[in-house]
Design a protein around this ligand. Structure first.
Ligand code: NAP
Length: 322
């Protein structure tokens, strides 16, 4: 497994990581006990979760991850997040100092660890000055509860502002950003990835497999795989299974086939060829998927192949202002 630095930081992460929003949701406790050791055995070192995972059962993903890591926790990089809604009302969410100090204690307790390797702000909080958030996060680093800081779902200007504020205050800065990025969703290439790259930050693409659509297991006008994520969730069908996306996926599959590769290999290897991307934190529900995902990261795409992908799945054009 290739290890990469997360941006200009010294934190090394595996090129294939594991997204943990399935833990406690689509993957039950026994499944997690099988999945996590299998991931570590395959060389995966980056585990990305959040206090709010899984949907509807906040905290359970961290709890099951902590249980399954056990003594191997010291061998891996645990990334979690705060700021998403963790309770009723306005207090248990966001980026206030008050909430951050409480949220980190909850995550440490559920993860059964003394430190979090990468603590990410899940969403920006327009109601809290970024200075307050960054100072509170800096204190967590100084107190040894957190090693590195990251953000997620930030606009390009918010990334640049946060970095400038950290610089001005002489405190720890976000070293990574996380946002949706895949062969089917390339909007981040316009402002967000350039902002991260210009500030020496690593980028962690989420939904890298478009919830499984980019694994090749869904075929147009055929029954969908039983129990699979898109099969069971209409919201993902509506988001991804559009005529336009089917056309792109089918052309990408042809492109891969003529080169002796698979769509899954393209989904991982293409992202790993993009600027600033440090690790592809795909979710998985079974150890077999992990094996396939780890093996999918080794295709070094040529300039000609990258250009061909751009023709099939281009970054949508912005409106011209005259
Ligand atoms: P994803 O990686 O695009 O898709 C994961 C799904 O693809 C799995 O649940 C599995 O679905 C299927 N899959 C994976 N490998 C497969 C293989 N080899 N063969 C067949 N199917 C395979 O979506 P994601 O897990 O939601 O996103 C990745 C991670 O990003 C999350 O776990 C989370 O850590 C993070 N995330 C962050 C945010 C944020 O706001 N920061 C938002 C979303 C996600 P089946 O159920 O069909 O088996």
């Amino acid at each position: 497994m290739q290890l990469r630095n997360l941006g200009n930081s010294g934190l090394k992460v595996s090129a294939v990581g594991l997204g943990c929003n399935n833990l406690g949701g689509r993957v039950d406790r026994d499944g997690v006990q099988r999945l996590i050791p299998a991931a570590i055995d395959l060389g995966i070192t980056l585990f990305d979760t959040a206090d709010s995972y899984p949907v509807g059962k906040p905290g359970l993903s961290e709890e099951l991850l902590g249980d399954a890591l056990g003594a191997r926790r010291k061998d891996v990089v645990v990334a979690t997040k705060f700021a998403n809604v963790m309770g009723p009302g306005e207090m248990m969410r966001g980026g206030s100092r008050r909430w951050i100090v409480a949220a980190v204690e909850g995550s440490l307790r559920r993860l059964k660890t003394d430190w979090i390797d990468l603590y990410q702000m899940h969403f920006p909080d327009p109601a809290t000055p970024i200075e307050e958030t960054l100072r509170a996060l800096d204190d967590l680093v100084r107190h040894g509860k957190v090693r590195y800081l990251g953000c997620s779902n930030f606009a390009g200007w918010q990334i640049a502002t946060a970095r400038a504020v950290s610089r001005e205050l002489g405190i720890n800065a976000f070293v990574s950003d996380q946002d949706e990025y895949s062969l089917l969703v390339r909007e981040v290439e316009r402002e967000i990835v350039p902002a991260a790259a210009a500030n020496g930050m690593g980028f962690l693409p989420y939904f890298p497999l478009a919830s499984g659509f980019l694994t090749g297991k869904y075929k147009r006008n055929s029954p969908m795989p039983q129990g699979a994520r898109i099969t069971v969730a209409k919201i993902f069908q509506d988001n991804y299974l559009t005529d336009e996306n089917w056309a792109i996926v089918e052309r990408l599959e042809d492109f891969c086939q003529t080169r002796g590769h698979t769509l899954l290999e393209l989904a991982f290897s293409w992202l790993l060829s993009r600027p600033a991307v440090a690790s592809v934190i795909a979710g998985a529900t079974k150890p077999e998927q992990l094996h396939a995902n780890v093996a999918a990261a080794d295709w070094t795409l040529t300039a000609e192949e990258l250009a061909a992908v751009d023709r099939i799945s281009p970054l949508p054009k912005t409106k011209k202002i005259h």
